[in-house]
Ligand binder design. Structure first.
Ligand SMILES: [Zn+2]
Length: 408
């Protein structure tokens, strides 16, 4: 299905019927996805996919746009020596930002912003955990607070096996959430913005912390945006499924959650048949991929599944849960992407007419800063000129079934 197929101008016109004003998306000779304006379709001579991807031309279109970053030193105050989710991974990105990218300071989210997504009892418990120092003598050798029971053993400094807490973690998390909200506002104003924040958020559910995540930054930004717009899409390309984001919006038809992730790894959710519930049914799109998948597989998921889902949903805002831990050198991943591939995926979203707000999730490997550079480069208009590989047969078959399931 992803192989380019020749298509006549007549057939294209037939498919285009009633879609006046839309921007179409196809492949060039090198199988690189490219935008195609409807009024050029009659002279198309290169291959096109069986299904055309479209995006509203009402969105400001330029294929390159102003881009900025929100980050700051406050994010160093949630830290634990030796843990892979550490300040240095953000600091390394900040040290290597492309010239000309402006960085603005984060602002804290308000309590009401957190309460749109998280249960009041959970937030109160979290605050208590941050300041707890007595019940079980819960300050460990790194000054981390909180704690949990593993069987009969009390583990101080952690909320679960891998989510640590410090006395300032709640404060830092509110700055992460506030930065995600600010990035979303900028995207709504036509400026793509990357919130380089931590701790990450997409495993945090309405009532619990998980997987390095304390509050769900992307979900909080989406919920805040919904106070002024009708529909928000969250595209999650972190190698781990965003179980928290899914849980928060599982019954909500105002948020389309699309995730491409590795199957069979933490958090062991995100099966293809998890599609939403009640009025949210059909608004969760999960594309689990086998380990060691590469750009060919990811690009196919984007072109055949996520972009058509976005086109049908017509979001007012696209938030990217941007976890770059599907990189080949990532210690937490197992996929086969290289830094430039993230620029290609970001470029596909942008060329489909979106102005993404990127919110940092995972990304722990040496090459992570380069992946962020590639994303920012794509926003600035750079498109890597490399052929997109053909997806594996396994991916092709999965996508066929997913398209059937989601009627795309
Ligand atoms: Zn991850």
């Amino acid at each position: 299905m992803c192989r380019p197929a020749t298509i006549s101008g007549d057939r294209l016109e037939k498919i285009c019927k009633n879609r006046t004003g839309l921007l179409f998306f196809g492949y060039n000779k090198n199988q690189r996805p490219v935008p195609v304006h409807r009024d050029t379709t009659a002279s198309l001579s290169y291959g096109m996919p069986d299904i055309l991807l479209t995006a509203r031309s009402s969105v400001s279109r330029s294929f390159s746009m102003k881009c900025s970053v929100i980050s700051g030193p406050v994010f160093q105050y949630h830290n634990r020596p030796g843990h892979i989710e550490c300040w240095d991974r953000v600091n390394a990105v900040l040290r290597d930002l492309p010239a000309g990218v402006t960085v603005s300071a984060p602002a804290a989210a308000d309590k009401i912003d957190l309460l749109r997504v998280h249960q009041p009892g959970y937030l109160a418990w979290l605050r208590r955990q941050c300041t707890l120092r007595s019940a079980y003598d819960t300050v460990d050798e790194f000054g981390c607070t909180g704690g949990y029971f593993s069987g009969n053993l009390y583990i101080p400094g952690f909320l679960d096996a891998n989510t640590y807490l410090t006395p300032r973690s709640c404060e830092v998390a509110t700055f992460a959430a506030g930065s995600a909200i600010a990035a979303a506002h900028r995207a709504l104003d036509g400026e793509s913005c990357f919130a380089l924040v931590r701790p990450p958020g997409h495993h945090a559910a309405s009532g619990w912390a998980m997987g390095f995540c304390i509050v769900n930054n992307a979900a909080i930004a989406a919920a805040e945006a919904l106070t002024s717009v009708d529909r928000v899409a969250i595209v999650d390309w972190d190698v781990h499924h965003g179980n928290g984001t899914q849980e928060i919006f599982y019954a909500d038809n105002r948020v389309l959650y699309c995730s491409v992730h590795a199957e069979g790894i933490f958090p062991h959710s995100g099966n293809a048949d998890e599609c939403g519930i009640g009025s949210g049914r059909g608004y969760t799109v999960n594309a689990p991929l086998p380990l060691e998948s590469t750009l060919g597989d990811y690009a196919c998921v984007f072109s055949e599944l996520i972009l058509p889902a976005l086109e049908r949903f017509r979001p007012d805002l696209v938030i990217v849960s941007a976890g770059q831990d599907a990189l080949l050198d990532d210690p937490a991943g197992g996929m086969g992407l290289v830094p430039g591939d993230y620029g290609i995926l970001a470029g596909m979203l942008i060329d489909a007419g979106t102005v993404p707000a990127f919110v940092l999730e995972g990304g722990y490997g040496q090459s992570h800063p380069k992946a962020v550079q590639a994303i920012l480069g794509a926003v600035a208009g750079h498109r890597e000129q490399k052929p997109v590989p053909v997806p594996s047969d396994a991916t092709r078959e999965r996508i066929r079934r997913l398209r059937e399931l989601h009627r795309l």
